[in-house]
Write a protein that binds this ligand. Sequence first.
Ligand code: KIV
Ligand code: ZN
Length: 520
Amino acid sequence: MTDASNTVSAKDRVLIFDTTLRDGEQCPGATMTFEEKLEVADMLDAMGVDIIEAGFPIASDGDFEAVSAIAGRIRRASVAGLARAIPADIARAGEAVRHAAKPRIHTFVSTSPIHLQYQMRKSEEEVLEIIARTVTQARNLVDDVEWSGMDATRTPIDYLCRAVETAIKAGATTINLPDTVGYATPDEYRAMFRAVRERVPNADKAIFSAHCHNDLGLAVANSLAAVEGGARQVECTINGIGERAGNAALEEIVMALRVRGDVMPYDTGIDATYLMRASKAVSSACSFPVQYNKAIVGRNAFAHESGIHQDGMLKHQQTYEIMTPASVGVTKTSLVMGKHSGRAAFRSKLKEMGYELGDNQLEDAFTRFKALADRKKHVYDEDIEALVDENLATARDRVKLVSLTVIAGTRGPQRAMLKLDVDGRVTAEEAEGNGPIDAVFNAVKAIVPHEAVLELYDVHAVTEGTDAQAEVTVRLSHDGAAVTGRGADPDTLVSSCKAYLAALNKLVARGSRVHAQAAE
Ligand code: KIV
Ligand code: ZN
């Protein structure tokens, strides 16, 4: 079970290279403003990211400004600017990261036959010459140069090794072998790293890096496999945003290494308690919602609804959680109340909300909760509150609702078929009215004749959505005394009836001349 502490260990260190502001921002619709980029960069630095790829300086003036500003303010992490293998790009990237405490230029060129033939229209030898020339140019600007062989996973291994050797010889300090199109499987990707590291004579002079896209949903698995194959830098993004299906998600890599340190003995420098905050900040900055069931940071990642799981969680947290919510910055586990929830969770929820019910009241409230949950997709705290308050209020009522059916619609008259329990005796009546609510109230009067006057009828939704609980307030007056009754139910007519009966019961309890007696 993991907690938030970052302990010093003898495990191998894996550098976290975050590209949320570059590959992440590159995906359709994820554009961030200058201020938002600075805010995200500050958060990445605070959480312990080793390298922040701040943008692609040649792409636009805005990108250049953002990379320069981030380089100027971040003091702990390295700040990288991306550049194609083009002299102008490299110069612009060098200019943008100039003021960084630890500047890095990240330059890339394609290596796969399909990219060389159709996109670059260059021969293998020409590309090797470009690598040597551009990496040297970058190295003349900064000490820390990363070279990426784009589409490395679709590049024949012999040529990939030659390209890597050339880049290292020219001064590259980090070698990134991206799975640009998300095509590799974990076994293949691990084997590729092993092969390149074994076969390239100067491989020990560079740190190897993984950069995975999620086209087949394998980005995180592939990144972890690369680490097993010798990679000691992983490129990733918050929430896994990035080109097409995205990049490997930073939070998943960090937590996989932490939670399964027994089989993957590697450390990152990330303070995982920032993960949720970072996820929210990125999601709101780029207006990209986080899917509910997203690992680590999805809103359901620490939520349990089924009765069996809730029961287990109440007994011991590790029954259904492999990490604590606190370890990733989530305040607490949430037991979502719904139709799958059991008595134990319902009792615990009530306790949390400040209700202590006796066994009978609890049983009654639970039955009504189940009925509500069957009809309603989301049961909010407010729903439960309304349900329990009403439950407590009606415990001593002499007139209780048994069932109600109403025929309403454009063709009147509206008709209510009502059954009430009056002092333990069930009576049924039907009545018509000028509208369904009038019909319901007339049916009540037919069973419990009285002269109280309806002074106020008010309805409002307790929670959101078309399946919200309607809370109705009714005020009745009789002999100069006025009483108010409330009723809640997803069905407005049922809550109207409950509210009317609640007021009526109060009049009965006050001894008004309302007879809690079913009409014969
Ligand atoms: O996916 C990729 O190949 C890239 C490179 C620029 C590193 O993003
Ligand atoms: Zn990429």
